[in-house]
Design a protein around this ligand. Structure first.
Ligand SMILES: Nc1ncnc2c1ncn2[C@@H]1O[C@H](COP(=O)(O)OP(=O)(O)OP(=O)(O)O)[C@@H](O)[C@H]1O
Length: 682
């Protein structure tokens, strides 16, 4: 064993002792915590905090304590780090004297680990990456050095990076702290107030960047983001399940992760729209229609306000009421605020009259008059209280008035309920209706917002869905991740500036990620044929992939054979087909004795996945069945097939009985010359 490795092993032993001390110390604090705290509430909170800290630490010995080491030289550019050496890990580890043996990957100095280059070393003379065994208990297996002061730099040629991205995928998504790339790190550590839009082809690390950015922001702005500060929005529950472990592995358990549906309602939709109705309801023109429908409830006054008060009769004239109504409408405040403002102005006018009589109204008097019948009755007529469900029921029962001049007759017909419910209480709502209800609720009262929202697969959001998130980030910022080429909804975005405008950030700069960490070049080349000229420019780091295209009239038999062959290799396997075909394929697999994951049991290696739920996921081995059927199943079927094919990490089998979509078999046409920006980035 070399001296250096021996030194490293000695350091590791010391760091492990320090961690054991931290754990023992945390446990002791758990047991004494409630004696230290003054009252029961504080004791309970403190106890909970200490317990979770102790639990976190107890889990730590199973994972590598650190992944890298930085050494600084004695030059000016080293600054306060002159001649220092740091170990970087997922968490800070300190010994009994408070000396940091491992620093957090999010600490400011760690940025130099990810970004220093031989050309721009930033004071760093040496960078070391450690390799660890993947079996438990983890062992240090070696390291890889870059002497930046000698001009050495591995970049993406790093052996440890290659091993990491080629590691078989099993179970949920993993964190990438050990191998974050410089362009990814720039995005992860961007300022909290900066809204980002990240366009990148399949497997370029958009999801990984978004999640690491959330973890970074929570570290750098812990107090500002403490409660309900950060929200992550993903396309479907399967995707959220897949990414759920990343933030907790980075020590962050307080981030809400939601789909748009679950963000909007605790209860799932109880009805479905026709394709035409959904298209209209997701159109941004609905925002203007809903506003118009809501404000159509304002009525000019028809009589004065008369409040008998002891020997006085206080009055507000029709003219004064009309003047206040117009003034408040022009103030552009939420509808609910407008109503209360009108109430306050009426009361203020009554108050002035009382004062004119030489009386001084008390706060109780003001409250009584404000809530009393004469004022409330006028308010209910002029500025009535409205429930979102009531308004939407009226609109979908008869859209004519509100939609006149905005929607065509056909569009109005598409959203009109064929059989309106008796009351809004018995109405059944679709997923798009939940978006409209939220728009109305937002017009009435601003919703509670988040300081930062990470939105994944954002190309698929409709303008109305974008507005849901814009409303919740009005005083915060957004990280918007997506790929225009993977847009599969009827309303998928065609340009990012337009989508960012719907998200309330028209000026956000579009950043591009162009290195592919998942899809092998052979597979990417095949998938890119589906979208000539529009697939984003991605340079795959993976040269090891295998692609097999097979014609077989017995698709079920061919699928079973392909799964058996795939099971000879390590890693996860997905059979992806249209919903309609999948039932037959799953049955054939089970009949052949293959254990297939279900919604309640996902411990097996094989998943049968509908093409519509594949987005964002990845599998070592993908078996895509009958591409032509996937393309024909929906209007943006080519984009769907593009998503399906690009789920493969190592091997892709394409099985077909019908002819393949022509684009996959035609000779590749010369693409128009590319400018510096990826095609999807316009
Ligand atoms: N710097 C990195 N080091 C190691 N692995 C990485 C790195 N960046 C990304 N990966 C891995 O590459 C894979 C793809 O990443 P991710 O899912 O974030 O890509 P994506 O751009 O969101 O893809 P898609 O658009 O297909 O959803 C993941 O397994 C991720 O862990």
């Amino acid at each position: 064993m070399s001296h250096e490795l021996a030194d490293e092993l000695a350091y590791l032993a010391e760091a492990r002792r320090a961690l054991a001390w931290m754990l023992a110390h945390a446990r002791m604090r758990v047991s004494t915590g409630d004696q230290v705290a003054g009252d029961r509430y504080t004791a309970e909170r403190l106890g909970r905090m200490l317990k979770s800290h102790a639990k976190e630490l107890a889990e730590e010995p199973d994972s590598p304590l650190y992944f890298g080491r930085l050494r600084f030289g004695d030059g000016d550019d080293a600054g306060e780090h002159r001649n220092q050496s740091y170990y970087l890990g997922r968490r800070r580890v300190t010994d009994a004297d408070g000396r940091a043996l491992v620093i957090d990957w999010r600490a400011p100095v760690s940025a130099r680990f990810y970004r220093a280059t031989a050309r721009d070393p930033r004071g760093v003379t040496g960078r070391r990456r450690f390799g660890w065994s993947t079996r438990h208990p983890v062992q240090l297996t070696g390291y890889e050095d870059e002497r930046l002061d000698h001009g050495e730099e591995l970049g993406t040629a790093s052996r440890l990076l290659a091993a990491e991205i080629e590691r078989p995928r099993v179970g949920p998504m993993r964190d990438i702290v050990a191998t974050i790339q410089p362009d990814q790190d720039e995005l992860v550590r961007a300022d909290l107030d900066r809204s980002l839009c990240v366009q990148g082809g399949p497997g370029t690390g958009k999801t990984a960047v978004g999640l690491h950015r959330a973890a970074y922001l929570l570290y750098a702005h812990r107090r500002r983001l403490s409660r309900n500060g950060v929200l992550v929005v993903g396309p479907n529950p399967a995707f959220l399940h897949y990414i759920a472990a990343v933030l907790p592995a980075l020590g962050e358990v307080d981030v809400r992760q939601r789909t748009l549906d679950t963000l909007l309602s605790q209860t799932p939709p109880t009805a479905t729209d026709t394709a035409d109705a959904a298209r209209v309801k997701h159109d941004v023109r609905m925002a203007a229609i809903l506003r118009r429908a809501l404000y159509a409830n304002l009525e000019p006054p028809t009589g004065e306000v008369l409040v008998p008060d002891g020997s006085y009769r206080l009055r507000v004239s029709v003219h004064a009421l009309a003047r206040e109504l117009a003034a408040i409408e022009a103030e552009d405040v939420p509808y609910g605020v407008g109503r209360e403002r009108l109430r306050a102005r009426i009361v203020a006018m009554l108050q002035r009259q009382l004062e004119w009589h030489g009386e001084t109204p008390t706060k109780r008097w003001l409250d009584r008059i404000g809530r009393g019948r004469p004022v409330t009755a006028v308010l209910d007529r002029m500025w009535p209280k409205i429930r979102p469900e009531e308004l939407l029921t009226a609109l979908l029962t008869d859209p004519t008035t509100a939609a006149d001049g905005v929607l065509t007759a056909d569009e109005q017909r598409a959203i009109r309920w064929p059989r309106p419910p008796r009351s809004f209480r018995s109405a059944k709502w679709t997923s798009a209706d939940h978006v409209l209800l939220d728009e109305i609720a937002g017009l009435i009262e601003h919703p509670a917002g988040f300081r930062h929202i990470v939105v994944d697969e954002a190309q698929d959001l409709s303008p109305m869905q974008c507005r849901v998130l814009a409303r919740r980030s009005e005083h915060g910022s957004l990280t918007v991740l997506g790929d225009l080429a993977q847009g599969t909804t009827p309303w998928a975005a065609t340009t990012w500036p337009e989508q960012m405008a719907h998200l309330g950030r028209p000026d956000a700069v579009v950043e591009a990620l162009t290195t592919g960490f998942r899809v092998p070049a052979t597979v990417l080349n095949l998938a890119n044929r589906l979208l000539p000229g529009t697939a984003p420019l991605t340079r795959s780091l993976r040269t090891d992939g295998a692609l097999r295209i097979r014609h077989d009239d017995d698709l079920a038999g061919a699928t079973v054979a392909a799964v058996h062959a795939a099971l000879q290799h390590a890693g996860s396997i997905a059979v992806i087909a249209t919903d309609a075909r999948l039932a037959t394929l799953s049955e054939a697999l089970r009949a052949a004795g293959v254990e297939v994951n279900t919604a309640d049991d996902d411990r097996h290696r094989v998943t049968a996945l509908p093409a519509t739920l594949a987005k964002g996921l990845e599998f070592d081995h993908v078996i895509a069945v009958e591409p032509d059927e996937i393309v024909r199943a929906e209007p943006r079927g080519l984009n769907r097939l593009y998503v399906v094919l690009t789920r493969a990490v190592t091997r892709l089998d394409v099985l077909h009985s019908r002819p393949l979509p022509a684009l996959l078999t035609e000779p590749v046409r010369e693409a128009p010359p590319r400018t510096g920006q990826p095609a999807g980035c316009s």
